[in-house]
Design a protein around this ligand. Structure first.
Ligand code: FMN
Length: 442
């Protein structure tokens, strides 16, 4: 197996404090509350011990109001709420764990490319080349309202704006050549002006003169991640991304997704190895497969029956509190589609769920089964990861998401699963280089 075929490892830290994880034994133990920097610094140290490539923070700047038409359920149960801006945590974590990379999320719908280009340049300097940008188009109504929009921008228009946004940020990161800095103290020459270029971008959404008033950063530009599942989302990933996040639920579906991405990549003159995929997975480690089942049951029992519906409502901007007994997922397809939101992932649910299952039944499983699952002993888990990895082209890896508490579950993963992965030569035992790009995209 070549180095580029090894499994990349990441963890999604977006939900450690919400979505019922705060109720799990082992959550936040020994910390004042979830948002202390020590909590995240310790997670970073554990990730470093497991030679994990990246820790990721998702973001939506809103409070879910879709279930029941107000924020009561989201706040009461801690479902997708609260959401802090995690960017200030990055330099602290980067210092605590000098090999791990970090990804944060910024919306192409609500921010400006000049600000975003400058911000990631600064973070790339501070982390010495270990930053990634999860470029999202944002599909949530309350977030749109917080940024001044009465109506959410249409899905395809959000992606058109994202295309131009990424074009502009790319131009800005290229506007100062890597060897522009001279710093000749004797001559008093700071930098070479011939290596600094205006971009003079004039487009449909943005006019940006440039150049970026900053020295080039270690990676020049952040590792770019895109998670769109729709046609325009896949186009954006194929044109600009270094990495894609995906939430498929079966090996067959992973394989189809990989093939679709490879086709798109070819249409932009890029190769499959240019974009790896990190598949979202929930992992439950235990000493025996029976223990794993018990832990699964405990986790399920800690989730309130309506929790999945609260979460589904937030995800798809549809009020699932109105689901009548016996209604099926397919009964909501038109409404979800009309919301201009995350139809791609709803479509995946329709394709991979027994059509007879009611919305009510499905709601309960939504939090736990929405992504791939590997539960059991380290051997069982690694067998499954290996099968999924090679069954989908061995091009990327996994991002731990959902259903794990910190520190307990993330520590268990590093202590018990990573050694088995390393023993089989499936993941690396030391970092390949100082930058995230070298480690995750090499
Ligand atoms: C692992 C993962 C993380 C994501 N993180 C975010 C996020 O932090 N913020 C956000 O607005 N959307 C996030 N998304 C949603 C995607 O950006 C996108 O809206 C969704 O996959 C639907 O894509 P589509 O609009 O192309 O159908 C994430 C998706 C995945 C799979």
């Amino acid at each position: 197996m070549s180095e580029s075929q090894t499994i990349r490892l990441a963890a999604d830290l977006s939900f450690l404090h919400t979505d019922y994880m705060w109720r799990m034994p082992g959550s936040w133990v020994g910390y004042d509350y979830y948002s202390t920097s020590e909590f995240y610094e310790d997670i970073a140290r554990i990730a470093q011990r497991g030679v994990m490539d990246m820790l990721f923070f998702g973001d939506t700047g809103g409070t879910p109001e879709d279930y029941g038409g107000n924020h009561e359920a989201g706040v009461k149960y801690g479902a997708k709420w609260p959401r802090h801006d995690m960017a200030p945590m990055i330099p602290l974590m980067a210092k605590a764990a000098p090999g791990v990379g970090f990804a944060i999320t910024m919306s192409t719908t609500y921010h400006h490319p000049f600000y975003v280009a400058r911000f990631f340049n600064a973070l790339d300097h501070v982390t010495r080349g270990r930053i990634a940008w999860n470029a999202v188009t944002s599909a949530y109504k309350n977030e749109a309202a917080n940024y001044g929009f009465d109506e959410m921008m249409e899905h395809d228009e959000r992606y058109e704006r994202a295309q131009e946004f990424l074009e502009v940020t790319g131009k800005l990161w290229g506007s100062v050549e890597p060897d522009a800095l001279i710093a000749d103290r004797e001559q008093g020459i700071f930098a070479d002006p011939t290596k600094v270029h205006r971009i003079d971008h004039r487009g449909r959404y943005f006019n940006v003169r440039g150049p970026l008033p900053a020295l080039p950063s270690p990676q020049q530009k952040p590792v770019i991640i895109q998670a769109g599942l729709s046609g325009p989302g896949m186009d954006l990933a194929a044109k600009y991304a270094d990495m894609q996040f995906s939430t498929r639920r079966t090996v067959a579906s992973m394989k189809q997704h990989r093939e679709a991405l490879d086709k798109k990549l070819a249409s932009f003159g890029r190769k499959p190895r240019d974009v790896g995929i990190l598949w979202s997975i929930r992992i439950q480690v235990a000493e025996s497969d029976t223990d794993a089942k018990q832990k699964e049951r405990h986790y399920l029992e800690s989730i309130r029956p309506e929790a999945g519906l609260v979460e589904m409502s937030a995800q798809y901007n549809v009020d699932f509190s109105k689901a009548k007994p016996g209604m099926r997922l397919a009964d909501f397809a038109d409404e979800v589609r009309a919301q201009k939101g995350n139809y791609g992932s709803f479509d995946e649910l329709l394709k991979t769920t027994d059509p007879a299952v009611t919305v009510e039944e499905f709601g309960r499983r939504f939090l736990v089964d929405r992504i791939l699952v590997a539960a059991g002993t380290p051997k069982t888990i690694v067998d499954k990861l290996e099968e999924m990895h090679f069954g989908s082209g061995a091009n990327g890896g996994f991002i731990l998401g959902r259903g794990y508490s910190a520190m307990d579950n993330i520590r268990e993963f590093v202590e018990f699963v990573v050694p088995e992965l390393q023993r089989r030569g499936l993941t690396k035992t030391k970092y390949a280089g100082p930058t995230l790009r070298e480690n995750m995209c090499g």
